[in-house]
Design a binder for this molecule. Structure first.
Ligand code: ACM
Length: 539
């Protein structure tokens, strides 16, 4: 061979052997705050060891389940410092915001470190998405991920009052939430159309209140009914099981018990809870009902106290949701007894009575070491068309420390509510209601949601705890009909809650989505519409 040819061949061989494999970037939802890639991949052996300190046993066990599902054989190495995957809690690790973590992948494996078990768990969710299968081998690109949540409150709400779903569905949702790093499961357990939580002191709440004869179908005011009875509720033992399942996934379960409206099922069980005292049936049709609790009767207040005590014994959440939305004031306004109570307490409008009552509940919760959250009607702002200006005249002030879940009204009200000092969960219906069709909230619109409302000054931004997305239950009788609404939009809300707004990028999000599309498809979930990425207009 000619000398020149030999040299060229040698050079080419050297070049090829030295050229590193191209970096394969992770496709993650929610997008992490920072990833620095380096050359090289780590390949998992047939047998993967997970090293962890005893405090991280629960996280290590879940990781082992996840890796087993990917096809790895896993052995747990408690107290070991070395392993293919090392989970480490270190007090001196200081994430930018609580529950952040650092995930490092290098030649010897993967390390996830945080100063909290929750942070380590978040890192594990990143790891699950970063591993890819290449020719039957599980690999992960070398990188350092430095990550933390933009917002502390990243919730998904399930309304089971309208349609009961049951343990398996709830656990499945909690699994999906965990992978998406969503951390609050708002469990809407009581409604006009059904009471779904066992309260031992008041058994008729479930023996009567969890059952209805038939259900309105198609759409609101259709007056078409399916003619089939609907029922279901969670026993206290089942609730404890769900709370523990969620806790293992670092998800807080916030129970929602609707007061003083959305109360028909409870009143059907115990008519003395209502203003009229008349026996009613659990409604079969949807829309805002007229029957509301009589919040002026001492025995009704005792009932609330008893229910709250049982609820608190089941849910360790520091926050309890009391509903507060869409209270029709007709029955209060028509009742001479309620009017006399209002006069005695200097309350000039039904909205004042609602705030007065809500503050009493807030004080009651505070006396039991709990904080109250409610829909933004609890501020007394007029946001419902069925309330007159006269109804909503207000001189009462909502108790300090209350968390306001903003769902309706001019978003400027969110700004003024934050300026008054209240913490807020942004659940603005136009962007976050999963019962809305995907024509009305397409995936791109769900993604474009801004958790921080327009016009809020920097100094009040911390008042926005985060966001909620809400799966209202009127027209989702089956799991399949629910999945069509929840997926894929839940992924957009997850990213809105976790990823700093400045790092959001819809094209990148869409590129990462196939991991989830494959997962949901493999689980047999039928999902809602996915549009192609929005192309920027060329100027
Ligand atoms: C609500 O949608 N009624 C909070």
């Amino acid at each position: 061979m000619h000398l020149k040819t030999i040299a060229l061949t040698l050079f080419t061989c050297l070049f090829i052997s030295c050229t590193p494999e191209p970096i394969v970037e992770y496709q993650l939802i929610p997008a992490p705050q920072n990833v620095a890639y380096t050359n090289g991949v780590y390949s998992f052996d047939k047998e993967t060891t997970i090293a962890f300190a005893p405090a991280l046993e629960s996280e290590a066990k879940l990781l082992s389940t996840y890796l087993t599902q990917l096809g790895c054989e896993v052995s747990l190495a408690p107290n070991a410092k070395k392993g293919d995957v090392v989970l480490r809690e270190a007090a001196d690790f200081k994430p930018e915001r609580p529950n952040g973590y650092k995930l490092t992948t290098h030649a010897d494996g993967v390390e996830i470190v945080s100063n909290s078990a929750n942070g380590v768990f978040n890192g594990i969710q990143t790891l699950r998405q970063a591993i890819r299968s290449v020719e039957n081998e599980l690999q992960i690109q070398h990188a350092v991920v430095t990550d933390y949540p933009a917002f502390a409150w990243r919730s998904f709400m399930l309304d089971e009052g309208r349609h009961f779903k049951g343990m398996a569905v709830v656990k499945d949702l909690l699994d999906e939430m965990a992978l998406l790093k969503m951390n609050v499961f708002q469990w809407h357990l009581t409604e006009d159309q059904g009471w779904r939580i066992e309260i031992k002191k008041y058994p008729k709440l479930t023996s009567v209140g969890s059952y209805r004869d038939s259900t309105e179908i198609n759409h609101f005011h259709s007056k078409v009914f399916d003619g089939k009875p609907h029922s279901g509720f969670y026993t206290q033992e089942q609730i404890k099981e769900i709370v523990a399942y969620a806790a293992a996934r670092h998800i807080l379960v916030v129970p929602e018990i609707e007061l003083p409206g959305h109360a028909s099922a409870a009143i059907a069980a115990y008519p003395w809870l209502g203003v009229t005292g008349k026996q009613i049936k659990v409604p079969c049709y949807f829309g805002v009902q007229y029957d509301v609790f009589d919040v002026t009767k001492p025995e009704v207040l005792t009932f609330f106290n008893d229910v709250i005590d049982e609820v608190i014994s089941l849910f360790p959440s520091p926050v309890i949701h009391i509903g507060g939305d869409e209270v029709r004031y007709n029955q209060w306004s028509a009742s001479s007894k309620v009017k006399a109570y209002m006069k005695k307490n200097g309350l000039k409008s039904p909205a004042e009575l609602q705030v007065f009552f809500t503050n009493n509940i807030s004080n009651l919760l505070a006396s039991k070491g709990k904080r109250m959250i409610g829909w933004n009607e609890i501020t007394g702002d007029k946001i419902n068309h069925f309330q007159s200006d006269e109804d909503t005249k207000l001189s009462q002030k909502l108790a300090d420390g209350t968390i306001v879940q903003f769902w309706k009204g001019d978003p400027k009200l969110m700004v003024t509510t934050a300026e008054k000092g209240y913490d807020i969960v942004n659940s603005f219906h136009e962007y976050t209601y999963l019962d809305y069709s995907d024509e009305s909230i397409p995936l791109s619109k769900a993604y474009a949601f801004s958790v921080i409302p327009e016009g809020l000054s920097k100094k009040h931004e911390a008042k926005i705890l985060g966001l909620g997305c809400q799966m209202w239950g009127e027209f989702i009788p089956t799991t399949e009909s629910m999945n069509l609404k929840v997926y894929p939009r839940i992924a957009a809300y997850a990213e809105n809650g976790w990823t700093l707004p400045s790092l959001k990028n819809y094209d990148r999000f869409m590129q990462a989505l196939p991991f989830f599309l494959n997962r949901w498809e493999a689980a047999g979930k039928k999902i809602g519409a996915i549009e192609s990425p929005v192309k920027e207009e060329k100027k």
